[in-house]
Ligand binder design. Structure first.
Ligand code: COA
Ligand code: MG
Length: 291
């Protein structure tokens, strides 16, 4: 499953679902949480269930963002959407691996009820939405077998803290949210799950999105949340290895393969050692068919 671009679709908008299907996103996150007004939650469950039944006809993988465990809505959300075609859930406001285990236990039962393969519904989490969550980021290692990816969020965390802003005047995250971003990256790295950067809210600012995606890729994120179809192309491009990246990775992998007894190699006057080889293998894996 590719997880470069994950486009949010409000669970109560048929029009947006149809449009999102041809956006080029790897994953659609069908939202039952904050994009849906309380009065529309039931209608959204039914609509999203119908979309999942059409999963075979659409190319993106379908994930559902359920409501958080403390709302009392999670089990009903899952009962509506755990059906053939559902690839995964996005769990918001998790406070540690015990929340992943609680969701997994619900999935165990609902998958069986729906005659789905045990363990087939994967879990992605928003790992930094509560102050408490920030102290449990190490708890996801070793990872639950269903856990595939982690992202982070600054809005709910800022609201929980009563912060008056989470960005500087120039748009950069203030320090507490830089910490959340970095800690999510480290937590995903430790658990060896996919690190996904948070959304870029200004969906008309394509140049700003591109700069920010390059920074995210540089730091180690491998994909990004989108909130508008117009963001998908930029995200896919920035999180796919370039032709130059692939050529360089091929050169490094070939040099080590030719001299398996060496841990350090010089190529074109530069030193390469095992971390470079690992990075090259990651680039080639991300390149897929293009490698
Ligand atoms: N998925 C699918 N289609 C979308 C979309 C999305 N996330 N966001 C916008 N579109 C569609 C619009 O419906 C519109 O379609 P139309 O031309 O047929 O009317 C078209 O793209 C252009 O949209 P635009 O006018 O640029 O934006 P908007 O003002 O209609 O919508 C948002 C702005 C923010 C409300 C919308 O992008 C959105 O709903 N994003 C997702 C929000 C969400 O799920 N948040 C939860 C996670 S933070
Ligand atoms: Mg939120």
């Amino acid at each position: 499953m590719r997880l470069r671009s994950l486009l949010f679709v409000p669970g109560d908008s048929e029009k947006k679902f149809v449009r999102a299907c041809t956006s080029g996103a790897d994953v659609l996150i069908l939202d039952l949480e904050d994009a849906v007004a309380p009065s529309m939650k039931d209608a959204a469950r039914a609509l999203v269930a119908g979309w999942i039944d059409r999963a075979d006809e659409v190319s993106p993988a379908l994930f559902v963002r359920v409501n958080p465990l403390d709302t009392g809505l999670t089990e009903g959300d899952l009962a509506a959407v755990v059906r053939p075609g559902l690839a995964g859930i996005l769990a918001p406001k998790v406070n540690g691996t015990q929340d992943v285990a609680a969701l997994a236990a619900l999935l165990d039962r609902l998958e069986a009820d729906a005659s789905m393969a045990a363990g087939s519904v994967r879990i992605m989490i928003v790992a930094t939405e509560t102050p408490l969550a920030m102290f449990h980021l190490g708890s996801y290692t070793p990872p639950h077998p269903r856990l595939v990816a982690m992202t982070w969020g600054a809005e709910d965390l800022a609201a929980a803290l009563g912060a008056t802003a989470n960005k500087e005047a120039d748009g950069a995250w203030t320090f507490p949210y830089q910490v959340a971003r970095a800690q999510c990256l480290f937590a995903a790295g430790a658990a060896e799950v996919f690190p996904v950067d948070t959304l870029y809210a200004d969906f008309r600012d394509t140049a700003g999105l591109e700069t920010d995606c390059r920074r995210a890729r540089r730091d180690g994120f491998l994909g990004r949340i989108a909130i508008h179809p117009d963001q998908v192309e930029t995200i896919n491009r920035c999180f796919s290895p370039s032709d130059e990246d692939i050529a360089e990775a091929r050169k490094i992998a070939a040099a080590f393969a030719a001299q398996p007894e060496l841990g350090t190699i010089g190529i074109d006057g530069k030193m390469y050692d095992i971390p470079h080889l690992k990075a090259a293998h990651k680039v080639l894996a991300a390149a897929g068919d293009r490698a």
